[in-house]
Design a binder for this molecule. Structure first.
Ligand code: GLA
Length: 411
């Protein structure tokens, strides 16, 4: 009797309170939400086309266009409002306030609109005390802001790295991860520290995706010396850690934790249609998160066809989750070959014309030593069977365009 009295109700309450306190305070219990990004997240983000010029009508019209164009059904479900959505000051209670001139109905109503359309709601903040655009960042307000986002129905947070003083990246991103977890609403956590602190080495249990480079621009190789076009960013996926061989940083990516080479420029004015097709193909080959950034309300049928191509998207979304690598580069033949391992011993192989002129590109299958035996070939852009790997494949390819094959092993 005396023993059981130790387990009397007041005693239990005391212990549960102590345990709960420890659980909340201790990082041992902190974690990211698992199971949210088993394949690379897909969606649309305001930044690449609209920057600070964002508003409630733009978001609603874009949501409608994502549905009407078939992008949502192809998998682009996260609609992410990037920088410049709030007032420049927090309210008296320290809360972030959506700019009422841009978002008169507020964020909860907008989140409800997106959810009713079968979309998910993404928003942006920053680990510093101000965002890159000079709006309030979440530094020192992480737990408060995470609760605010949860109350609006936010499903995805992009978290930037401007104005962070001497903050340690690991600590800063872990704090927001823990804040999101404490708020209790599952949120995909997208780190945006531009690869400055080698996030691929440590962010696997912090975030679902992490940017690996600075910002992308809508060109093949950058129009100004400081601009990175998509080809430069692609190369960096191998070249950032050359000691890992062709795999580069690819070996750190997989289901639930992805390298993010930045958002898509597909359909933007600085790219030819061929460059958009190649950019899209190669982002799928490197298992990139696919955040469209074009104006989907006015895109051409050709751009829509690229973004929604099921065969190419299937490479990106393959459940094995392997990031592709550069298998071969021969400047004299203006060719690069990129490859991605798929489930069920299949492969994807992409030949890029790196030259400024059309050229006959040849894929010599025998030189790709990761292939074993003979594979049947399907050309994913022409939608044709394309023979097999027993002899080289040659085709005329426009400047900065690609040939893209899916390889299925002969039984
Ligand atoms: C940084 C990010 C961009 C975008 C802007 C917003 O530059 O890398 O993707 O979010 O901030 O100011």
């Amino acid at each position: 009797m005396r023993f059981s009295s130790c387990l009397s109700r007041p005693g239990l309450h005391l212990w549960s309170a102590l345990l709960l306190g420890a659980a909340v305070a201790s990082p041992v219990f902190a974690q990211k939400f698992e199971g949210l990004a088993l394949t690379p997240p897909m969606g649309w983000n305001t930044w690449n086309t609209f920057a600070g010029n964002i508003s409630e009508p733009l978001i609603r019209e874009t949501a409608d266009a994502l549905v009407a164009s078939g992008l949502r059904d192809a998998g682009y479900v996260y609609l992410v409002i990037d920088d410049c959505w709030s007032l420049k000051e927090r309210d008296a209670g320290g809360n972030l306030v959506p700019d009422p001139a841009k978002f008169p109905s507020g964020m909860r109503a907008l989140g409800d609109y997106l959810h009713a359309k079968g979309l998910k709601f993404g928003i942006y903040s920053c680990a510093g005390d101000k965002t890159c655009g000079g709006y309030p960042g979440s530094w020192g307000h992480e737990f408060q802001d995470a609760l605010t986002f949860a109350s609006w129905g936010v499903d995805y947070l992009k978290y930037d790295w401007c104005n962070r003083g001497t903050a340690d990246a690991h600590d800063a991103y872990k704090r927001m991860r823990d804040a999101l977890h404490a708020a209790g609403r599952p949120v995909v956590f997208s780190m945006c520290e531009w690869g400055q602190n080698k996030p691929w080495e440590w962010a696997g249990d912090v975030a679902h995706l992490w940017r690996t480079t600075g910002d992308i621009y809508d060109s093949y190789d950058g129009r100004k010396s400081w601009e990175m076009g998509w080809k430069r960013i692609l190369d960096l996926q191998c070249d950032l850690v050359p000691s890992n061989g062709p795999d580069g940083i690819g070996k750190y990516a997989g289901p639930g934790h992805w390298n993010d080479p930045d958002m898509l420029e597909v359909g933007k004015g600085g790219l030819t249609l061929a460059e958009s097709r190649a950019h899209f193909s190669l982002w799928c080959l490197i298992a990139a998160p696919l955040m469209a950034g074009n104006d989907v309300r006015t895109m051409t049928p050709a751009v829509r066809a690229i973004l929604t191509d099921r065969d190419v998207l299937a490479l990106d979304q393959d459940p094995l989750g392997r990031q592709g690598f550069r298998a071969l580069a021969e400047e004299s033949h203006q060719i690069e070959i990129w490859a991605k391992e798929l489930s069920h011993q299949e492969w994807a192989v992409c030949a890029l014309n790196t030259g400024r002129t059309a050229a006959d590109l040849t894929v010599e299958w025998g030189r790709l030593n990761f292939l074993h035996g003979v594979y049947d070939l399907r050309d994913l852009w022409t939608k044709q069977a394309a023979g097999d790997t027993s002899k080289p494949s040659t085709a005329r390819v426009e400047a900065h365009d690609v040939m893209l094959f899916r390889l299925t092993p002969r039984p």
